[in-house]
Design a protein around this ligand. Structure first.
Ligand code: NAD
Length: 496
């Protein structure tokens, strides 16, 4: 891909547009710090234009049959695969995710999710309610109208698509606010959506700062819902701002997820699962395992194997097909992670691996953090409590299964967790006691289109994915038909 700086446009009412004042944001390749593109730095006036466009497009999109909407989603899915190479490279360049991942995982999964929503959306039903012989009562599902989608930078394409698919198939029109550091794949996806047949105004993208563009969307009276994925602090702010218009909000927020290895676990498969769930996407995953609770009888072996396996991970240039760990997404995030590492060392956590900034020809200009492992941690340490969102792992011992559950639940978050054991009955018991939206047994990070995703406690509420999300993007209307032939109304006995 050329290193020429390309100027991307935002998409409003089917038109490619600059910000009204011409302001732009630099998009930086985290692998080398180079500016690769510019994107419009929009503001409130662009949000207002986008909302007006989405409102205008809403009746046309909602009045299509679900079969017609499904065909558009399928076409978009095909176009994504037809443009796999371009989209994968774009995502790698704006985010730093290794090309082997964006090519084989992120972009193909976007296509698959659209196929899923194109299919499952057609099975959405309402209900008829047998309240009495004198009436027919039904609960039908209607689109919400204009939906605002505010997305994070950790999976730039995927986080948009899994909301977009659900919102569009259920007949809503949308405004997407991508993160300021990674807006490029979102813009390309919206262009492809238009090519797939989404009417002008049904998918709008407004790029710009969250505090300006995001907050304007949240407070706009014509936006019916905000589907948000991001940090818990931002989620709280959105929730409070949304109250001014009594707007629905779906909140997919942060996590600090426990990985529990019981005394009877298959050690090698637990270590393999640990490596994947700790380092996938350089640890920048809401669902990443970052607190490891290991039974004391296995702790030393687990720690030794985990450290050895961590050493073998190849990090460096994400455009190299061999690279497994890319940089983190931006310089300030690298600095924040380094701050956590420094404070953990000062707090007495035992550094088992990493801790220094990598300095190889491949990494010297990028925002890299080497895999870093701390041992003998305790729940009162900052690294066991805060979401670090990087390749920094904390290991802790426990004695009993009850203690492991108590430690896992000792957090403000409730996104996900995993339990590793050969005894599935024990696995199920622990899963039922862990406060989290998802608990895996002998796996971690397995998220499918078909399975509901979303946390509890300060990890948010509402679900993405699965058939459950269809309800999140529709409202229920009760329609009552009075069929009584004679005066037999149920309220006669009160008035007459
Ligand atoms: P962030 O909250 O900083 O930003 C997310 C989005 O919100 C961005 O588009 C940003 O511009 C926008 N935003 C920022 N301030 C805003 C405001 N005041 N009003 C409206 N919008 C605003 O999060 P991030 O750093 O981009 O993403 C990382 C976080 O996302 C982590 O906490 C991670 O756990 C979480 N996440 C959660 C899930 C999940 O499914 N639960 C998935 C992915 C990421």
């Amino acid at each position: 891909m050329s290193t020429q700086i390309k100027e991307f446009k935002t998409i409003i009412a089917g038109e490619r547009m600059s910000a009204s004042d011409g302001a732009t944001m630099n998009i930086i390749n985290p692998a080398n710090g180079a500016i690769i593109a510019k994107a419009p730095k929009c503001g409130i006036s662009e949000v207002n234009l986008a909302v007006a466009a989405a409102l205008k497009a809403a009746p046309e999109w909602a009045s299509k049959t679900v079969g017609e909407r499904s065909k558009v989603l399928l076409k978009l899915s095909q176009l994504i695969m037809a443009n796999l190479d371009e989209l994968a490279k774009l995502e790698t360049m704006e985010h730093g995710s290794p090309i082997r991942k964006t090519m084989n995982f992120d972009i193909p999964l976007c296509a698959e999710q659209l196929e899923y929503f194109a299919g499952v959306g057609r099975a959405l039903t309402g209900e008829t309610l047998p309240v009495g012989p004198w009436c027919t009562s039904m609960a039908i599902r209607e689109p919400l109208g204009v939906v605002g989608l505010i997305t994070p930078w950790n999976f730039p394409a995927l986080m948009v698509v899994w909301k977009l698919g659900a919102a569009l198939i259920t007949g809503n029109t949308v405004i997407v606010k991508p993160p300021s550091i990674t807006p490029l794949t979102t813009i390309r996806l919206a262009e492809l959506a238009m090519e797939a047949g989404v009417p002008a105004g049904a998918v709008n993208v407004v790029t710009g700062p969250g505090e300006l563009v995001g907050e304007a969307m949240v407070q706009h009276p014509d936006v019916a819902k905000i589907g948000f994925t991001g940090d818990t602090v931002t989620g709280k702010r959105i929730m409070s701002l949304a109250s001014s218009t009594v707007k629905q909000v779906g909140l997919e927020l942060g996590g600090k997820n426990a990985f529990i290895v019981l005394s009877d676990a298959d050690l090698d498969s637990a270590v393999e699962g640990a490596i994947f769930s700790a380092y996938f996407n350089t640890g920048q995953v809401c669902a990443a395992a970052s607190r490891f609770y290991i039974h004391e009888s296995l702790y030393d072996q687990f720690a030794a194997k985990f450290v050895e396996a961590s050493k073998s991970l190849k990090y460096g240039d994400p455009m190299n097909m061999e690279t497994v760990l890319g940089p983190v997404a931006y310089a300030a995030h690298r600095d924040k992670i380094e701050g956590y590492i420094g404070r953990a060392r000062n707090a007495g956590a035992e550094l088992l691996l990493g801790g220094e900034r990598p300095d190889t020809p491949d990494t010297k200009d990028g925002f890299y953090v080497a895999p870093t492992v701390f041992g003998n941690c305790s729940n009162d340490m900052e690294i066991m409590r805060d979401e670090i969102f990087g390749p920094v792992i904390a290991l802790c011992k426990f004695k009993t299964n009850e203690e492991a559950v108590a430690l896992a639940n000792d957090t403000k978050y409730g996104l996900c967790a995993s339990v590793w054991t050969r005894d599935l009955r024990t696995g199920l018991q622990l899963a039922s006691h862990i406060q989290a939206g998802t608990v895996w047994v002998n796996e971690h990070l397995m998220i499918f289109c078909e399975t509901p995703w979303g946390g509890c406690k300060e990890s948010g509420w509402g679900k993405d994915l699965s058939t459950m999300v269809l309800k999140e993007y529709t409202k229920t209307k009760h329609i009552y038909l009075d069929l009584s032939p004679a005066p037999v109304k149920p309220w006669y006995m009160i008035l007459k």
